[in-house]
Write a protein that binds this ligand. Sequence first.
Ligand SMILES: [Zn+2]
Length: 321
Amino acid sequence: MLYIGIDLGGTNIKAALVDAQGRVLAEASAPTGGVRPPQALCADIAALAFAVARQANCPWQDVAALGLGCPGTVDDRAGVVVYANNLEWRNFAAAACLRELTGRPVALGNDANVAALAESLYGCARGAHSAVIITLGTGVGGGIVLQGRLWTGFDGSASELGHIVVEPDGVECTCGRRGCLEMYASATGLLRMTRQAMADHPESAMHALAAANGLDGRVPFAAAAAGDAAGRAVVDRYVMYLARGTADVINLLYPEVIGYSGGVAKQGEALLAPLRRAVAPLVYGAADTARHTRLLACTMGYRAGTVGAAALARQLVESET
Ligand SMILES: [Zn+2]
């Protein structure tokens, strides 16, 4: 059986034809085309799904189901996009619309959640009992996968990992609370802390690095690696906040793996090695067990969204038979 996974982003729609083992047989993409009536966008998604099947010479009857990963708040059981800010969708029955257009069952999930499912089944947490994926991008998001299934809460709203409070009375978050992980561990948060440190430390190597290659989250890491004290302080502070959020996730769920994706995670061991050291003393009972949650970098890259959506489609079919 084959499945089509679709990753609906604000800029592009990506689709992949995927087998039951998570292997990609064909993939294609098309522009999202800005804010449009959801039915029009669904028609383009269906066209892309047909195109990706044709590309692999796969007859449509061999496609068992489709999976769609959408940004925003998604009620996965109802197949409804409750609210997607950048698409301007509100209470849109996306699964039913796409099922009508394609004649196939459609599984719907939040985009970060389905990417977490892919990492859990085929990526950094392959073979693990359970995994939490934390995405360190413009914001902080992710997904929880317990024994091979996404945990989305009773109405799809679970796993808002970015809104764990890591600094009481800290920076105000878009959600209304203060000191959320997202305000410190996102690329945006890292940049804010970097700018502040640069203003406080005119002698820092970060100024020359930013002038040469532009100011982004790589600057404090590069400075720290070169022995710059102010850069090291930014990295240490970033790691401390990410460790607080990570330890809360471990203390709550004790997953076998926590995987990190997104721009900041590209630092790899420069991030993960100090993170492991910072997390260990914060984990309840860590001294008494040899079996610790493994903190790893995600491995699926841009394919996590499509392959995860296809896995969700497979699970939908398997749960019905
Ligand atoms: Zn928040």
